[in-house]
Design a protein around this ligand. Structure first.
Ligand SMILES: [Ca+2]
Length: 507
């Protein structure tokens, strides 16, 4: 059956037809600068320009409603399903990118931005594994009790993951990058819906030797869950595998490619060729390494996007870029990792003007640079100010792919955000809920408001803060004392969300 929150095939039909009409309407009632230029100087309703548009409208409206039987529409829906490339950086902060004031050029991201939509309020977890849990499942990480980076098995083995969902709809699926949802090979990506997988089973790795932190999971570099040893810088290897997987594809089967880079997570030691490109005004070993890692990451994103274009798939591929949490200021040469000659010093992760950083629930920890591009379906150079969440991608992808979902078995927290990405609709009012690490804090975003509760639920040490994010995105002014009714309202919703978490009674 088809879940109410997930547009199944019949709803996809409706959406496609409505989308056509929206496009046609926009075309006819021009509002873009180029259209206004074209109209300028003419009598709008009698110009050859407008007559041509009205004729086109008539033809396309007729075509949109001229499919009386299901089969032709099914063919149309099948043909419209996009390939999906989901690229996620590691610990890349809000202002680490040039388009948010970062100090190094990110031209490939800038190009995606020019050709796509920026999601200006895209929320993730404050740390790694929780974000990946929500992306994989469409559910809040706390539903699985995952609130910290983990090497244990994060998801029940039969979890309906986004990879399984898309594979069930005929997609080929591939992960090149960091998994971190269970660090044993038998808990790896191939066991959760990926046809092909490569990279780190655990978390971030040493850049040249590809080891995770010292201990039982240090040896983690793999292909299809078989541990391997390779030479090369981690960013290049991950990009290269993704590109080769695209290049080797044959036929028209749609694909889902998930590329979770380890950049710009510590420990960093970049190739000399990238260090040489860092602007001279950036000084200090680790700040220069960090800048080089951003340049390198941006280039790797460009190479993956280039492979999609070279394969002739650009017009029917949705590409998303985001980060898994805010920027970090931790020590680069973390001694928990085997030595890989990485320089000492603190990372300069930049989340300005947002407050906080990786690890906490302020905006700097959880709001990350995010872009979506689909050249034929998303209007270029647009932005979306609706708060959205990493858990929204699975319902969105399933909607686009026409995945039939068992409503009784799937309890998504996320929503299909395609209407707000494309500017064709709005979402019903909803809260966005985030559990902090170890359930030691919680946040709830509702409308312009954000409630943060510190301390274990019900504990005597709990502390409440309230911010109006629209007026105060930097979370400088806690207004909880001035709006007790708003605090109470949000606490009630928070309690409802908390009750759905795994093991709530123990928290
Ligand atoms: Ca991370």
């Amino acid at each position: 059956m088809v879940a109410q929150s997930n547009p199944g095939v019949p709803i996809v039909f409706t959406r496609l037809r409505m989308a056509n009409l929206v496009i046609v309407s926009r075309y006819c009632f021009a509002t873009t600068r180029s259209d206004q230029r074209a109209v300028n100087g003419h009598c709008r309703f009698f110009s050859p320009y407008f007559v041509r548009k009205i004729a086109t409208l008539a033809i396309l409206v007729a075509a949109a409603f001229a499919a009386p039987d299901v089969q032709p529409r099914l063919a149309a829906a099948q043909d419209s399903r996009p390939n999906i490339v989901f690229i996620i950086a590691d610990d890349l902060g809000w202002a680490d990118v040039e388009f948010h004031g970062g100090n190094v050029p990110t031209p490939n991201l800038a190009r995606l931005l020019e050709e796509g939509v920026e999601l200006k309020q895209h929320y993730v977890a404050p740390v790694c594994s929780p974000t990946r849990t929500a992306f994989m499942t469409g559910r809040y990480w706390s539903r699985f009790g995952v609130t910290t980076p983990t090497n244990s098995l994060a998801l029940p083995p039969d979890t309906f993951t986004v990879a399984r969902a898309l594979r069930s709809a005929g997609y080929d699926t591939c992960l090149t990058g960091k998994w971190h949802l269970g660090s044993k090979p038998e808990w790896g990506p191939n066991h959760f819906g990926f046809d092909h997988s490569y990279g780190s089973l655990a978390g971030g790795v040493t850049p040249w030797s590809h080891f995770y932190k010292r201990g039982p999971f240090s040896d983690t570099w793999h292909r299809n869950e078989t541990l391997i040893t390779e030479e090369g810088h981690v960013t290049d290897l991950l990009a290269q595998e993704a590109i080769q997987w695209i290049d080797r594809r044959r036929g028209d089967k749609p694909f889902f490619l998930y590329v979770p880079f380890t950049a710009v997570h510590l420990p960093l030691r970049e190739p000399g060729s990238w260090l040489a490109r860092v602007p001279p005004e950036i000084t200090g070993d680790v700040p220069r390494q960090y800048a080089a890692a951003i340049l390198h990451l941006d280039d790797a994103v460009g190479r993956v996007v280039g492979a999609v274009e070279k394969a002739g798939k650009s017009d029917n591929t949705l590409i998303v870029f985001t980060s898994d949490n805010g920027g970090s200021t931790a020590e680069n040469n973390d001694t928990k990792y085997p030595d890989d000659h990485c320089p000492n010093g603190r990372l300069p992760g930049n989340n300005k003007p947002l407050r906080g950083q990786k690890g906490n629930l302020y905006e700097g920890g959880t709001r990350v640079p995010t872009i979506a591009r689909w050249t034929t379906r998303i209007e270029a150079g647009t932005s979306c100010d609706t708060p959205v969440h990493i858990a929204d991608w699975m319902p969105t992808f399933c909607g686009l792919a026409g995945v039939a979902v068992d409503a009784a078995g799937v309890k998504w927290d996320g929503a299909d955000i395609w209407p707000v990405i494309t500017g064709t609709g709005t979402l019903p009012p909803r809260s966005l809920y985030s559990a902090g690490t170890g359930f030691r804090s919680r946040a709830l975003r509702y409308g312009d408001w954000k409630l943060i509760v510190f301390g274990k639920a019900g504990g005597s040490a709990s502390k409440v803060e309230l911010y109006n994010i629209a007026q105060d995105p930097g979370e400088k002014d806690d207004v909880s004392a001035a709006y007790p009714e708003k605090v109470a309202e949000l606490q009630e919703e928070l309690a409802t969300q908390m009750a759905l978490d795994k093991g709530t009674s123990q928290k």
